[in-house]
Design a protein around this ligand. Structure first.
Ligand SMILES: Nc1ncnc2c1ncn2[C@@H]1O[C@H](COP(=O)(O)OP(=O)(O)OP(=O)(O)O)[C@@H](O)[C@H]1O
Ligand SMILES: [Mg+2]
Length: 331
């Protein structure tokens, strides 16, 4: 049985924003599953529906065997949820935060202390347990968040952007922590991310979310291997549509995708194709400013399925005003 299954979830917020436009995916027990998408794609909305913090307008979802709408109490008992914004009180110590959380989710009194100690040790915060959280580093705070989500031994853990704002080294440490967690505990993890590398390295499987829809789902390896050939990215000084019509008919060219000032040509053999691509463009009077060659990456998977680069989507979303995280409330 799947640990999480969503079918055709839709949601439009009261301000008219259509956040989800039919989200479907399934997560198997014991998996680290990623929802990868740019700002505003609908990742947090999906997680909040699954964590019973908000409702979908349409579609269905089951978590740990229970329907999120009709059996929300049962779902809540089986899940941990770590929001995009940290939920810890910085004026309390790590131990106090965890103990309070244990009371809130009704961990039995006699288990309370040992569970708190065990978790503090588990996330490497034993030494810092009695310091106030405001003295913690970003990575320590995120590890405390993780411990808070685990206090009642959930079967499914939701992590909304667990590594945003962390430096690359701390991020890599947290990936190791999560992998250890999955190995040592009977746990399914659903996390959201807008880091391609995180989705690639950490997740067993992932779904790419774009404009409130899942565009594709699979293991990072399988998604990349569906992309045939190498990517040659050409930066040009002219209309990219002319470039596309010039390159498409050439031998060995599988696909051409214009993207702003550059064009990505998918070719069977990158190194041998580059000279003929450049010659063909020069014959049309197109100046090529730079050329780069790469093996298929998750960015290519994203481009293939959405028609735009992940980094470009992230940039354009960053220029629109972000909606503040609404914390744990319901709407
Ligand atoms: N409480 C809300 N009220 C109105 N609109 C909202 C609310 N929360 C989110 N939205 C809108 O719904 C869309 C999806 O937002 P969501 O937070 O699910 O995206 P996200 O993929 O988590 O983005 P990010 O990477 O920035 O966290 C966005 O257009 C956002 O502006
Ligand atoms: Mg979000």
């Amino acid at each position: 049985m799947d640990a999480i299954i969503t079918e055709n979830l839709t949601k439009t917020y009261s301000n008219g924003v259509k956040a989800l436009d039919g989200v479907s995916f399934a997560v198997r027990p014991g998996e680290i599953f990623g929802l990868l998408g740019p700002n505003g794609a609908g990742k947090s909305t999906t997680v909040r529906i699954l964590a019973t913090l908000t409702f979908a307008d349409g579609g269905t979802a089951r978590v740990a065997g229970h329907d999120v709408r009709t059996e929300s109490e049962a779902v809540r008992r089986r899940i941990g949820y770590v929001s995009q914004a940290s939920g810890v009180d910085k004026y309390q110590t790590g131990r106090e935060n965890l103990t309070l959380q244990g009371h809130l989710v009704r961990v039995p009194g006699r288990e309370q202390r040992s569970r708190v100690d065990e978790l503090l040790a588990w996330v490497g915060l034993t030494e810092a347990a009695d310091r106030t959280v405001k003295t913690y580093s970003g990575g320590m705070k995120r590890r405390l968040d993780l411990a808070m989500g685990l206090i009642h031994k959930p079967a499914v853990l939701f992590l909304d952007e667990p590594t945003t704002g962390l430096d690359p080294e701390t991020r890599a440490t947290l990936w190791q922590d999560l992998q250890r967690l999955r190995r040592e505990q009977d746990l399914t993890v659903l996390l959201t991310t807008h880091y391609l590398e995180e989705a690639d390295q950490l997740c067993d499987r992932l779904a790419i979310v774009d404009h409130g829809r899942v565009v594709v789902e699979g293991t990072p390896g399988a998604l990349k291997s569906e992309i045939r050939g190498d990517a040659v990215t050409l930066e040009v000084d002219t209309e990219t549509s002319l470039v596309a019509t010039t390159l498409r008919p050439l031998a060995g060219v599988l696909d051409v995708i214009p993207n702003g000032r550059s064009v990505v040509a998918r070719v069977a053999h990158g190194a041998t194709a580059i000279p003929s691509l450049i010659t063909a463009l020069e014959q049309q009077g197109v100046g090529v400013q730079s050329v780069s060659l790469s093996r298929p990456s998750l960015d290519d998977v994203y481009l293939h399925h959405t028609g735009h680069r992940f980094s470009a989507a992230a940039d354009s979303a960053a220029t629109s005003a972000p909606v503040p995280e609404t914390g744990r409330g319901r709407e």
